[in-house]
Design a protein around this ligand. Sequence first.
Ligand code: C2E
Ligand code: MG
Ligand code: MG
Ligand code: MG
Length: 275
Amino acid sequence: QAKRRGRAGFAFHQGDRDSAGLRELEVLGALRHDLEHQRLRMAAQCKVDRDGREIGYETLVRWTHELLGPVSPAEFIPLAERNGLINRIGEVTINQSLAFASRLQAQGLEFEVAINLSPHQLGDAATLDLLRRACRRHKVPAHRINLEITESAVIDDPQVAADLLMAFRGEGFGVALDDFGIGYSSLAYLRLLPLDKVKIDRSFMTDAVDQLQARALLQGIVDLCHTLGLKVVAEGVETEAQATLLRELQVDEMQGFLFGRPILVDDLLSQIGAG
Ligand code: C2E
Ligand code: MG
Ligand code: MG
Ligand code: MG
């Protein structure tokens, strides 16, 4: 009987793996096709300061395939990383983000625009060049661009990552550590990496309002970052109660559905009269 169970168990996992593999192949093929046909778009989500004033945007890539429907970047970015497509995606996202920044600038909005960099992009010397050229082409100064990197981007070789980030900083770009607090070595990275911002992961927002311990943890992170001279951004702010708490804790910037959902850049620009 044990044997039968074992075999059934194996069959189950195998089947699971097969359908996951199938989905990957499907998504990958569709992504290749749509990248070639320039069907990836950028959305942007606003960031506000403590007084609720808009001070910038984060760009987020969006892809809707005609058969698969919308596919989350959380699914296709890692897939693109593993299959050599991330360079193409990086070109699209960086160029579209810089075009967006220059449209804002033309409206007199001197907002910061944050761009997400995947692990491979961070490790690739060509990324700095790409950013530099895009800034020049769109006449946007580097200091208006903030690069968001995640801990997983740093894990392979933190010292190499630190050196690369130093080059970004030297060029004038800002650097933020994204999704802070959910990895294993977050604290070590604060010391090692040349950062100017930390974005606290949205999982910290969930219980902070009504759980004493969660709140103390959040307070500790904010104070620690400030002591180190880093700005603190809270992501995933969904309720008024969370915003009130974050203001009390002296968080510098907030981002989340409460202030605005990600909106396609073209729609956003026509909303603010730049379309
Ligand atoms: P992230 O950089 O941490 O982006 C924040 C994610 O949280 C976004 O999901 C955003 O839509 C979502 N979000 C924002 N506010 C709220 C909120 O109040 N509540 C909740 N529940 N969610 C909120 P999205 O767009 O699906 O992106 C997922 C991840 O994919 C991003 O996480 C980022 O790591 C990656 N990503 C997105 N765009 C790009 C890109 O252009 N390039 C690269 N390399 N990675 C990207
Ligand atoms: Mg981000
Ligand atoms: Mg984030
Ligand atoms: Mg996140």
